[in-house]
Every structure is written in C-alpha cells, then in structure tokens.
Design a protein around this ligand. Sequence first.
Ligand code: G4P
Length: 188
Amino acid sequence: MKLLEERILQEGIVLGQDILKVDGFINHQIDIGLMEELGKDMAEHFRAQGITKVFTIESSGIAPALFTAKYLNVPMVILKKQVSKNLRTEVWQTEVASYTKDVSYELTLAKNYISDMDHILIVDDFLANGEAATGAVRLIRKAHATVAGVGVLIEKVFQPGRSKLESQGIQVYAQASIRAFENGQVIF
Ligand code: G4P
C-alpha cells in the first residue's frame, strides 16, 4: 500500500541488518488515522472470506486489528502473552519462541472466545520469522476453528515468515513488503 510505504520511507529507521524502527506511528506512538486506513484496506482484502472474528497477538497488532474488525463488523480477540490471574477460565495455550527478542511465552486464549464454527483472520504489525503467527494458527486449529489468512502491515521478505505460513496452507497479505535494507535504506 502506497500510503504505508511512503510513511515508512519518511519516518522508518533501519537498525542494523534486519530491524525497522517504526515507533513514531506503529509501535509506540500510534497514528490512528493511518491505522484506520490500513484496517479498512485489510478488511476489503479479506471481505469475501466469511470471517467471523479477527485475532491479534498483543501488543502492537491491536491497533490495526481493531480497525480491521470494525470494517468487517466482527469481534476482535487479543491473544495474550502473559496470563492474567483474573483469567479464571479454561484456556487454549501454545508455546511461542521469539527469535528477535530471544524469549518464549505461552500464547493464551480463553476457550469461550472461540468455537469450531469460527473462521478467523489473524492481524499483526510485523511478519518476520513467523513464530507468533504460526503460534496463533496452532491455537486456532487446536480449538477446531479455521484460519482465513494472516494480514500484516509490514513483511520482511528476506525472513522466513511467509514461507512458514504458506507451507501450512495459510494465505498471507502484507500491506508493505520489504525486500531488503541497503545502506540503511528500505527497499520495497
Ligand atoms: P515473528 O513475530 O514473525 O515470529 O518474529 P520474531 O519472533 O522475530 O519477532 C518478535 C517480535 O519482534 C515481534 O513483536 C515482532 O513484531 C517484532 N519485530 C520483528 N521484526 C521487527 C522489525 O523489523 N521492526 C519492529 N519494530 N519489530 C519487529 P512482539 O514481541 O510480538 O512485540 P509487540 O510489539 O507486538 O508487543
């Protein structure tokens, strides 16, 4: 999407070989107007698929997932990385290892927010190694629901996220696809 690519070129900062910092409009401060446009586009892309819920993984996926769900007119569900002591209900869980942050966590979903009738769109900010999205797919399949696809704002095509998902039969849509970082510049 041109709008997102232009914003990345204007404000994104390349860190080292493989990290793009977008704290000014996605990861720390959020541009609500931009998120709404991205959510609208995401909803249009998947509209024909009969989606019943939009799932995201806390925390940076929440903003785009919220607007996607608004334009699909379905509920949005946040998959938790830390289980609240107040979550006194039965849960589905799966372990996810994050390469970028060198940590692992139990992705957690209360059983009452998913059913075997659900057809779910997963929305997140970045697709890098694809571990978070693959964990979300595992969780959804454990609950015998189906996955409509994975929609991300930014995909780094030189990392294995897309191929990991596509090899499991999952459709991937990225609004900005970064081919490489060259001399501190983003190449789409
Ligand atoms: P994965 O999510 O595709 O499996 O990749 P990975 O394990 O490598 O990513 C771990 C975390 O780092 C994720 O955020 C992911 O969104 C973020 N990340 C990966 N590459 C980049 C990048 O180039 N720029 C930025 N800004 N973030 C990146 P998270 O741990 O889920 O954190 P949160 O921000 O959603 O709370």
